[in-house]
Design a protein around this ligand. Structure first.
Ligand SMILES: [Zn+2]
Length: 359
């Protein structure tokens, strides 16, 4: 069933989802993507599982309506087929996405692009079936064809869900208020189904890879895939629609700092400089709302530069990861609404690894 509604913003729902899950992959430091109003009043189609926000002609941002941490997907409807970017977190979530696409168009999905290897963007791949070509960077293929279920991001995500479910069940056991019990039970039911859905995950790696650049010509639409350099992972892709001046930036460019545990903070600033070479007016990130303000790229670059410099100094002084994570002070980055001193220890640990020569 399709409902056409007008919405003011997704930010509240996103924030709720991030809070529920701890926002482990999207971001840290309490930065929450905020809608700048640029596309907030576009028509939105709501399906049983998704909000589909039109961001260009035939192009929709797809966000799950479930209050569970998940990634954005982009649906690109071409003259005779459909290209999808990112497959969500589980096959169940991907099936919801596929069913939602069927409500938009009868064109077949022929192509799926993975922006990067992280589980929340790629572990729905298997739901697309063998006839859909999956495209990703060589690095993404290497990661996904390796041991993706042993990746730190995946294992922490899985353990985090199970821990949250246990906490909810304990809370239920000790709560007497009937209304509150109902709320907790409903949350636990959604989370339990999600935990169960992870058991079905059987990662499928991209079958087509690129190293630098690839262009798809689909009907009259040109879809450019760019590798701009290492950033959030070793193989982040930007998908650029030149006619629409739209860039899907995945997790290498959110409306604030990204999760840095697999990142290349030392190279990221240059990668974002390269991103600025594309002529776009709208960025669709891997999490959160679309945005138009290119100055946000400058703010994020300044944040990474400052973070790198502070952590490098502490590394040189022999400060432990835990102490450095507590001491890093990025509150001068008021443009990004950083209000707390301290940062994610996994980000610091990763920067220490880079300083010690790890790839
Ligand atoms: Zn990611």
């Amino acid at each position: 069933m399709i409902q056409i509604t007008r919405v003011a913003s997704y930010s509240a729902a996103l924030l709720a989802a991030l809070l529920i899950t701890g926002g482990a992959v999207a971001e840290d430091d309490g930065v929450v993507a905020e809608d700048d109003g640029a596309v907030a009043n576009n028509d939105v189609i709501t399906t049983d599982t998704h909000r589909l926000q039109k961001v260009a002609d035939g192009v929709y941002l797809a966000q799950s309506t479930a209050r569970i941490f998940n990634s954005n997907a982009l649906i690109i409807i071409n003259e005779s087929d459909v290209t999808v970017i990112d497959s969500h977190i589980t096959p169940t979530k991907a099936r919801g996405l596929i069913a939602s696409i069927k409500q938009l168009t009868s064109n077949p999905i022929t192509t799926l692009i993975n922006s990067h290897f992280h589980y929340d963007h790629s572990h729905g791949n298997q739901a697309f079936g063998p006839d859909v070509q999956i495209i990703g960077h060589e690095y993404t293929r290497m990661k996904m064809a390796g041991k993706p279920l042993e990746e730190g991001t995946f294992m922490r995500g899985k353990a985090g869900n199970i821990a949250r479910l246990t906490r909810l069940q304990q809370e239920l056991d000790t709560t007497e208020d009937a209304e509150r019990r109902e709320e907790i039970a409903a949350q636990a039911k959604v989370l339990a189904a999600h935990v169960e859905a992870w058991n079905e995950i059987d990662p499928v790696a991209p079958s087509v890879t690129l190293n630098d650049r690839l262009t798809l010509f689909r009907g009259s639409r040109e879809i450019q895939l760019h590798f701009m350099g290492r950033a959030h992972t070793g193989g982040d892709l930007v998908v650029y629609l030149p006619a629409d001046k739209l860039a899907f930036t995945g997790d290498m460019m959110l409306q604030g700092p990204s999760w840095l545990g697999d990142g290349y903070v030392d190279e990221w600033v240059q990668t974002l400089e390269n991103l600025k070479g594309l002529d776009f007016t709208l960025m669709v990130p891997g999490h959160g709302s679309p945005f138009t303000d290119r100055k946000v790229i400058d703010y994020v670059q300044a944040y990474y530069e400052d973070l790198w410099d502070q952590v490098a100094k502490m590394h040189k002084d022999g400060t432990s990861v835990a102490d450095a994570a507590k001491a890093v002070d990025l509150t001068s980055h008021t443009n990004l609404r950083i209000t707390r001193v301290g940062t994610d220890p996994l980000a610091v640990a990763r920067i220490y690894q880079r300083l010690e020569g790890a790839d």
